[in-house]
Design a protein around this ligand. Structure first.
Ligand SMILES: Nc1ncnc2c1ncn2[C@@H]1O[C@H](COP(=O)(O)OP(=O)(O)OP(=O)(O)O)[C@@H](O)[C@H]1O
Length: 407
């Protein structure tokens, strides 16, 4: 298997100054006193990425993710250690990076194409495809300084993913575009992945990493906390974040007293915002009070405004009021085909024997596409219920069990 990127013992040290004048003093009197402190944003990082890998990079704010990507793309240089890159790389780092604000969109496509090593005629053959993908109309011939952040994202993505890169690097940028554009990008990124392109992907949306990437690395305070199979690393990371993020989700607490929430116009009026491609219109639960082992039925009504949504899935998740995640199956993982064409649809989720013990529980419902990579609509705490029993056991769930008297 060929190694596309090799990162070895990499350290990146930034100089931190208490005041801007300290930086000035140091540059004016370089041999005198030091006015800075050294800070290692990356502290001895080593890993390899093979051809065709999609590597997700996880870590809380300030853990060193962007610094790592900037070193790999050569925007920054390492203080020590080595980075070897094998192949043509295109990257979407901070939005607007690599663009000249005075140039038009079209001129910036040339600029970017040349930067990643294409010649003029290669860019010419790809030009129409890039412009069509970006889909920003006549803005393509306007200077990019007048672009909105969404237009920037469209152009940056269109260029980066349509130039046949061997390595594609994406730093959070996907979050900027609208849902329809996100779907298009994911489709294209899947195509590239299938064709053997190596992808590095920073995202705070851990579900995207779990579903899109086969491997993941978790950075913590500038060192690798864990690296390996993406679903394992995401689980470890989420577990850590649950107890260390300072946000236990309590702000979203809601009691379970309503049978129906989030009802919208039943006559399928198209949404005024054309970026909405589908929505959950109604979530209905058969009861609000259950006993353990009762049957629970959750009916989900949804509408699709596009002609078809490829890879549509519905997920239903059970939570405690303090947002402890209990169970979250989805129709993709369980290979259930759900209607995905224009129109109004209804799906029922049934738990034949509820194993939960006494307490209050909430239900989230989500519509996603592409194996859950892009969220089309999400209703947090769309329904809720309580479980009340005569005292017969303790804990959260009833687990089937036996007792044996051995002596
Ligand atoms: N130019 C710089 N000078 C000094 N410190 C910097 C510089 N750039 C980044 N840092 C520091 O290095 C650390 C890592 O930053 P980096 O941007 O790589 O983190 P990140 O994981 O990408 O964060 P985020 O998720 O917020 O984008 C942070 O503590 C940051 O404050």
């Amino acid at each position: 298997m060929s190694i596309m990127i090799e990162v070895k013992d990499v350290v990146k040290t930034y100089k931190l100054y208490r005041k801007p004048t300290d930086r000035l003093k140091e540059s004016v009197f370089p041999t005198k006193k030091q006015y800075h402190e050294n800070f290692n944003a990356l502290n001895g990082i080593s890993f390899e990425i093979n051809k065709g890998d999609a590597l997700g990079i996880l870590g809380r704010n300030g853990s060193g993710k962007s610094t790592l990507l900037k070193l790999i793309t050569g925007v920054l240089s390492a203080s020590s250690g080595t980075i070897k890159v094998n192949g043509r790389m295109s990257a979407i780092l901070e939005l607007g990076a690599g663009f000249n604000p005075e140039y038009t969109g079209r001129e910036n496509i040339y600029l970017n194409g040349l930067m990643i090593g294409l010649n003029r005629s290669e860019i010419d053959t790809k030009m129409d495809g890039i412009i069509e993908f970006a889909d920003i109309g006549s803005f393509i011939d306007q200077p990019v300084k007048i672009y909105s952040s969404g237009m920037f994202a469209r152009l940056a993505f269109a260029v980066a993913i349509n130039v046949d890169p061997d390595i594609l690097i994406v730093d959070e940028a996907l979050a900027v575009g609208d849902v329809r554009f996100q779907m298009k990008c994911i489709e294209k990124m899947k195509e590239l992945k299938a064709g053997g392109t190596t992808i590095l992907f920073v995202s705070h949306a851990t579900e995207q990493v779990k579903r899109f990437c086969n491997r993941a690395v978790w950075l913590k305070d500038g060192v690798i906390e864990a690296i390996g199979e993406s679903s394992e690393i995401v689980d470890l990371y989420e577990d850590y974040m649950k107890y260390n993020s300072g946000d236990n989700g309590e702000s979203n607490m809601k009691t379970a007293d309503s049978k129906v929430n989030d009802e919208i116009d039943p006559d399928m009026i198209l949404p005024s915002n054309p970026d909405i491609v589908a929505s959950i219109t109604k979530v209905n639960i058969n009861e609000t009070k259950f006993k353990t082992f009762d049957q629970v039925e959750v009916q989900v009504d949804y509408e699709i405004y596009d002609k078809i949504i490829h890879g549509l899935l519905i997920g239903v998740a059970l939570y405690t009021p303090d947002r402890q995640y209990i169970f979250g199956p989805n129709t993709y993982l369980e290979k259930i085909n759900v209607p995905n064409t224009h129109g109004r649809h209804q799906v029922k989720y049934v738990i034949p024997r509820l194993p939960l013990l006494g307490g209050t529980y909430n239900i989230d419902v989500g519509l996603f596409n592409n194996e859950g990579i892009v969220c089309l609509d999400y209703k947090q705490e769309a329904a809720g219920f309580t479980v009340v029993n005569k005292y017969f056991s303790e804990g959260l769930v009833y687990i089937e069990h036996n007792w044996e008297v051995l002596r």
